[in-house]
Design a protein around this ligand. Sequence first.
Ligand SMILES: Nc1nc2c(ncn2[C@@H]2O[C@H](COP(=O)(O)OP(=O)(O)OP(=O)(O)O)[C@@H](O)[C@H]2O)c(=O)[nH]1
Ligand SMILES: [Mg+2]
Length: 384
Amino acid sequence: MGNRGVIVLVMPRIPLKPRAILIDVVPPNIDKRTQERRILELESLAGTYGGVNIVSIIQKRALPDYKTYIGSGKLEEIIALGREKKADVLIINNQLRPGQMYNIEEAIRKAKLPMQAWDRIDLILKIFSKHAKTAEAKLQIKLAAIRHMGPRIYGIGMEMMQQAGGTGTRGGQGETNTELMKRHLFEQEKRIKRDLEKQATSRAGHRARRERLGLKTVSIVGYTNAGKSSLLNALTKKGAYVADALFATLDTRVGKLWMDGREVLLSDTIGFIQDLPPELIDAFRSTLDETVDADLLIHAIDVNDAFIHEKIAEVEKILREIGAHRIPKLYVFTKIDLADRIPMKTLLRRYEDFTPYFVSSHSGSGLEALKQAIADRIANQGKS
Ligand SMILES: Nc1nc2c(ncn2[C@@H]2O[C@H](COP(=O)(O)OP(=O)(O)OP(=O)(O)O)[C@@H](O)[C@H]2O)c(=O)[nH]1
Ligand SMILES: [Mg+2]
């Protein structure tokens, strides 16, 4: 069907390194630390996408504006700013309703500004689709994108209907277009789901085989950029992709670890993030299956992170949401080679339930002790 071109038609092209205006709409009573953390994270998300951040705006609002979320005055301001600074994209760090996105895009279009508007989910989806490598990850992203973008595309269909009506072409044509588009997206969604089911079946087969062989699995989880892939590589000599970026890893990588003469499978996972939109967790639930089924979790934490406790809490929250909170867990503080001073005592005390380890994947320090701890944990599980 030829209507796939519609999206391209209405969206200005986005350069490889788009100049971005960032805006975070927060409640007026927000504390300074959270406010700072949110905008920093938005900036690094945009940076991961490849964006050049030209302005970051924090807007305090008790309630989002019904029509445009950010409010019409702010939108006008941003349009003027976008023109002045030659911005390619406006990124809003919140989750907007399709109608709100549509109204913002309309205002930009009417101002004849070649600027796109993305909400937080758009941005995360764009990062995901830039980085996806396996067929499964690509399908997952496509599915999430259809679900997220779909309603906005219907909106564009409505717009076409009005235009078609206005120029005196066949009446009702636009409505048919909208219906066609809806059906097209629905069919596409069905096809993707079918393909994904096939992949899930083959993964379930692998899992069943591992169980038959009595293989134990350990899954590395943690906030994005915590050093999970580096830890997998350092422990297993496997070449997982490492980058100083958010969401460098989207696909589960599995490496083998030999301990006490037995083989243990270690898997890497997608990084967690605050306010990870629920539909994205849903989309990636299958890649997190390994985590949900693991015999042991390693929660990797960057010891140098200024927001260390918040991020630990965020990861724990997501583990609960995916049903992985009852799995035994070790806390592994990473990147100790970068630390001037490690608050070892505080961390040991605060997280004593999770027997903290301190390692550097770069220098190798602490890795042997961690391997031993993993081996001990797994051996003990076998006995119970
Ligand atoms: N100095 C130092 N840097 C590290 C260490 N471990 C990881 N890094 C760096 O931290 C950054 C993130 O590392 P990754 O291993 O990609 O982190 P990740 O948790 O897999 O990140 P995502 O997949 O994006 O969620 C990279 O620039 C790594 O080189 C370490 O022990 N020491
Ligand atoms: Mg990674």
